[in-house]
Design a protein around this ligand. Structure first.
Ligand code: PLP
Length: 455
């Protein structure tokens, strides 16, 4: 086993050290994927052969999202401490559902969860629980919110379900992430319950346009718009919501981490007043996939909705992740978060937030100095850029993706096509930012200098 793992360590180490010019795989690497047989092996295959396939065919066909020049979606990189912790997690193969299943998982999980609450400046009563990602965290929080509101209205949704239940209202903006819409559908609330708060040019809720709130309402706010990185104004809206006995949930998949930086915390001022929060460690914190976190101000609300008791499941040893979230069996995700936060410390987490935000802002400035247009001020790790009309912007995105030295995706923003540059990896350096801006400009110029018949 040791020989096998040393071989894998050597191969994956080489993969990570290799300074590839391209972030996107070359076409030969994509073609080679066809050689991975889709015929079910009739019998066992040696693990050495499996390692060979993963290394020689799998690795070259990966998107280098861990590189400093990958700006797609909000896909975070991986810090070394998280990677090595993930190797231990895989080797240990612990089920973190209950402390009795793994004292080690339980201890690291507890510490990491408490640190996340502390780093984000949330109330000390709040409890964080690891899960697969912000989608699941949003769902967990919204189900807890739904059931807590029903409890206050005298309806036991855990026993009686949703048929005949009082109507719930969801107050949010049209800028909420798609995973909120899905969570509302899955939670049996449905999108017809949504009343929208109008937004400004950066995608933030306009406070004084908030509809009247009441005790049937869940207000869903956002820290970090997926396109612009801007956050809703929390303090005033949350105060209004609490005056009306409404619940406030914040989706802060990446933007919540602004709270961990003294110089960026003002962007999410008042966020600590909410009732629940969803975030990710696999985005901004650069923990390996998958690692999301649901956080409840009053942990008993999550437990009331999620607890799953059976005679064989001990329930008396303190914090039990399976009773606070949707999953029973689960990887020991807290170990990777613990290792990553330990390696950074409080100051390192703040520096990570600041560095990625500074890189995004500088990338935006470099592109603007060449004539591109920033569609919203770059305040966090997102720069949203247009290159003239929609057709040109879309052509630049296509050209950049075909070039392969960097990777950035597209989006629509307030009726316009835009390139999204999401700086989400600790690996990004000033040199990466310079080169990336140069590649984008080169791709843009190559379009405009092309002879008309070649267009
Ligand atoms: C604001 C926001 N919410 C939720 C999500 C979903 O997160 P996950 O993919 O971890 O489920 C994302 C992903 O980009 C996001 O940006």
């Amino acid at each position: 086993m040791e020989t096998l793992l040393l071989d894998v360590a050597r191969r994956t180490g080489r993969y990570l050290d290799l300074k590839r010019e391209r972030v996107a795989p070359i076409s030969a690497a994509l073609d080679a994927l066809a050689s991975v047989s889709d015929a079910l092996p009739p019998g066992p295959v040696d693990v050495e052969a499996i390692v060979e396939t993963l290394d020689t065919i799998g690795s070259p066909a990966t998107m280098r999202s861990t590189s400093g020049r990958y700006f797609g979606f909000v896909n975070g990189g991986t810090l070394p401490a998280g990677l090595v912790a993930a190797m231990f997690v895989a080797a240990w193969d612990q089920n973190a559902a209950l402390p009795v299943m793994s004292p080690a998982a339980a201890r690291f999980d507890q510490i990491a969860a408490d640190w996340i609450v502390e780093l984000l400046g949330l109330p000390s009563s709040a409890e964080a629980t690891f899960c697969g990602g912000a989608s699941i965290a949003n769902l967990t929080c919204l189900v807890a919110a739904r059931d807590a509101i029903f409890d206050n209205l005298g309806w036991d949704s855990r026993h009686d379900g949703l048929m005949g239940a009082p109507r719930l209202r969801i107050v949010s903006t049209a800028e909420t992430h798609v995973t909120i819409d899905r969570a509302l559908r899955v939670a049996g609330i449905g999108r017809s319950a949504v009343e929208t708060i109008p937004t400004d040019a950066c995608g933030r809720a306009i406070t004084n346009a908030t509809p009247p709130l009441d005790d049937h309402t869940i207000v869903v706010l956002q820290a970090g718009n997926v396109n612009t990185g801007h956050s809703d104004p929390f303090a005033e809206i949350i105060a209004k919501a609490h005056d009306a006995d409404a619940w406030v949930h914040v989706d802060g998949a990446f933007g919540l981490w602004a709270a961990a930086s003294p110089s960026r915390r003002h962007l999410v001022e008042g966020i600590e007043l909410a009732d629940s929060w969803a975030t990710d460690c696999h985005k901004w914190l650069n923990v390996p996939y998958d690692s999301g976190v649901s956080i409840l101000r009053d942990p008993s609300t999550a437990r009331r909705s999620m607890a799953a008791g059976a005679a064989y499941l001990t329930d008396d040893e303190g914090r039990a992740p399976m009773h606070q979230g949707l999953q029973m069996s689960q990887r020991a995700r807290g170990v990777e978060a613990w290792a990553t936060i330990t390696s950074l410390g409080r100051s390192g987490v703040a520096a990570l937030v600041d560095d990625l935000s500074d890189h995004a802002a500088r990338l935006g400035r470099l592109l603007c100095s060449e004539g591109a247009e920033l569609l919203a001020p770059a305040v966090l790790n997102q720069a949203l850029v247009a290159f003239g009309d929609d057709a040109t912007t879309e052509a630049v995105i296509e050209a950049v993706q075909a070039d392969g030295r960097i990777w950035a995706g597209g989006t629509r923003w307030q009726g316009r096509s835009a390139m999204r540059l999401s700086v989400s990896s600790h690996a990004t350096t000033d040199a990466d930012v310079n080169l990336s801006a140069a590649v984008i400009i080169e791709c843009w110029r190559s379009l405009t200098t092309r002879p008309p018949d070649a267009a």
